[in-house]
Design a protein around this ligand. Structure first.
Ligand SMILES: *Cc1c(COP(=O)(O)O)cnc(C)c1O
Length: 427
C-alpha cells in the first residue's frame, strides 16, 4: 500500500482489524494474559518472543494507539505513558543516569523544567539550560564529555517560542547525542520533528491529541535514526548486555529501530510502572481520530484572536508565531507552515489586576489549569502557576504580571472575538 496521508492515519492508523474483529480498538481491560506452557511465558520474560504478560509493561490497547502515534510522527517504534511528565522522564532516563548531563532549551514547560532541574538533578543528572536563540557555537559550548541528550519543545509552553529543530539537531549530532523534541503543542499534524533531524519525540497526549480534556497521558516515539552503536561507549544501557534480561543487548536484538523503545518498555515500565490505562488509551484514540480536523480549526481561531488582540488598545503585546513581526514568525513559517496551535499569550496594559478582571469577565473561555482543549480556557501565570514567584523572579522567567495565556478551542471564531471584546471593555 502506498504511504497514506496524515488524515487517513489519524483515523485508521495503528489498528487494522482482521476478518470479523471489532471495528473500534478494543479496550483490553485485563491486568494479565494466560498461557498454556510455562516456557511460552518464559520466552516472553527473556524478550525472545513478542506478546503480553502483564499490563504494567504492555497492553494491546495501548500498543495499537502508540502505533498510530508512531505512524503520525513517521517513527519506528512508540509507547504510551501515564502522562506527559512520565514521557519526558522516561525519554531522558532511558539514556542518562547519575553522573550524566543533558543540554536543554530554557524555553520549556514549567513542569518539565521542575522535573529536570530539581527531580532529575536529585537523581544525579545535571542539566545545562541554553537560550534556544543561541548560535551553534554557543550551543556547542554547553556540551560536556558526559552529555547524553539535547532537549527542546517544538512550540514552548507557555512562551510560545518555536524551536529551530535543524540547528539543535546539527549541534546534538556533532556531539554524538540524540535530540529529543517535545512536540505536544504542534502535534504531528503541524510539525514532524523527525523530518528536521529530531531523533526522539515526546508528547503530553493530555493536550491536543486527546483534545477533549478527558484523559491524562503521554507518548514517546523513536525515529529509529539514531545510531547508538556508533557511540556505544556513551550509551552502554543500549549497547551492552542487560543482566536483568538474561544478557540481551538491545541494539543487537532489536536494531537501532527498536532498541530504545524496547529498553524503555522492558526496564523502565517494569521498574517504574508509569503505564497509561487501556481505558485512557481508548479515549486518546477517539481524540486522535479527529486530530487532523481539529488542529486547523484551533489554528484558525488562534490566528484570528491573535490578530484581534494585536490591534486592541488595552493590549500591550501579543505572542503568536503566526503574526508577522513576532520574533518567531520566520521559524514558524519554516517549521509550521500550516499553522502552529491555538494558544496565544498576551500582556494587558493594566497589568495583573486587569488580567484578573479580563479572565473573570469571559463567558466562553474558562479559568483552568489546562491548554489545548476543545473548550477555550485561560490562565494568568502570575496569579496561578507562578504565584510563588516575586516580581523579580517573574521578570527573570519572562512572565509579566499582566500576561494572559489563552487557549483557543473549537468554538465559533466570532463568538470568541465578541467575548474577548466585551471582557476587555472592563479592563
Ligand atoms: C502539559 C505538558 C507536559 C506535561 O504533560 P502532562 O500530561 O500534564 O503530564 C509536558 N510538555 C508540555 C509541552 C506540556 O504542555
Amino acid at each position: 500500500m502506498s504511504k497514506q496521508g496524515i488524515g487517513t492515519i489519524s483515523v485508521q492508523g495503528g489498528y487494522r482489524p482482521g476478518n470479523g474483529e471489532p471495528r473500534q480498538v478494543p479496550i483490553v481491560q485485563s491486568t494479565t494474559f494466560k498461557y498454556d506452557l510455562a516456557d511460552d511465558m518464559g520466552a516472553l520474560f527473556d524478550l525472545e518472543a513478542t506478546g503480553y504478560f502483564y499490563t504494567r509493561l504492555q497492553n494491546p490497547t495501548n500498543d495499537s494507539v502508540a502505533a498510530k502515534i508512531c505512524e503520525l510522527e513517521g517513527g519506528s517504534a512508540a509507547m504510551l505513558t501515564s502522562s506527559g511528565q512520565a514521557a519526558n522522564f522516561f525519554a531522558i532516563f532511558n539514556i542518562a543516569g547519575a553522573g550524566d548531563h543533558v543540554v536543554c532549551s530554557t524555553s520549556i514547560y514549567g513542569g518539565t523544567y521542575n522535573l529536570f532541574a530539581v527531580t532529575l538533578k536529585r537523581m544525579g543528572i545535571d542539566f545545562t539550560f541554553v537560550d534556544p536563540d543561541a548560535s551553534e557555537e554557543e550551543l556547542a559550548a554547553a556540551f560536556q564529555d558526559n552529555t547524553k541528550a539535547m532537549f527542546g519543545e517544538t512550540i514552548a509552553n507557555p512562551a510560545l517560542k518555536v524551536l529551530d529543530i535543524e540547528k539543535f539537531a546539527k549541534v546534538a549530532h556533532a556531539h554524538g547525542v540524540p535530540l529529543i523534541v517535545d512536540n505536544t503543542f504542534a502535534t504531528p499534524i503541524n510539525c514532524r520533528p523527525f523530518e528536521w533531524g529530531g531523533d526522539i519525540v515526546t508528547h503530553s497526549t493530555t493536550k491536543y491529541m486527546d483534545g477533549h480534556g478527558a484523559a491524562v497521558g503521554g507518548a514517546i516515539v523513536d525515529s529509529g535514526n539514531f545510531d547508538w552503536d556508533a557511540y556505544a561507549s556513551k550509551f552502554p544501557g543500549l549497547t551492552t548486555p542487560d543482566e536483568s534480561y538474561h544478557g540481551v543487548t538491545y541494539t543487537k536484538a532489536f536494531g537501532k529501530e527498536g532498541a530504545y523503545i524496547t529498553k524503555a518498555t522492558a526496564q523502565l515500565m517494569r521498574d517504574l510502572g508509569c503505564i497509561q490505562s487501556p481505558q485512557n488509551a481508548f479515549y486518546l484514540n477517539l481524540g486522535l481520530e479527529s486530530l487532523h480536523v481539529r488542529m486547523p480549526r484551533h489554528c484558525e481561531n488562534g490566528q484570528k484572536v491573535a490578530e484581534f488582540l494585536s490591534n486592541h488598545p488595552k493590549v500591550r503585546s501579543v505572542t503568536y508565531c503566526g503574526l508577522p513581526g513576532d520574533p518567531c514568525y520566520e521559524l514558524g513559517q519554516k517549521y509550521l507552515p500550516n499553522g502552529s496551535c491555538g494558544v496565544v499569550s498576551f500582556e494587558l496594559v493594566g497589568g495583573k489586576e486587569a488580567a484578573k478582571t479580563f479572565m473573570e469577565r469571559l463567558r466562553i473561555a474558562a479559568i483552568e489549569t489546562h491548554v489545548a482543549d476543545a473548550r477555550s480556557c485561560v490562565l494568568n501565570p502570575a496569579s496561578t502557576t507562578h504565584r510563588q514567584m516575586n516580581e523579580e523572579e517573574l521578570r527573570a522567567a519572562g512572565i509579566s504580571g499582566g500576561l494572559v495565556r489563552l487557549s483557543c478551542g473549537l468554538e465559533d471564531t466570532q463568538d470568541l472575538l465578541d467575548d474577548i471584546a466585551q471582557a476587555l471593555e472592563a479592563c
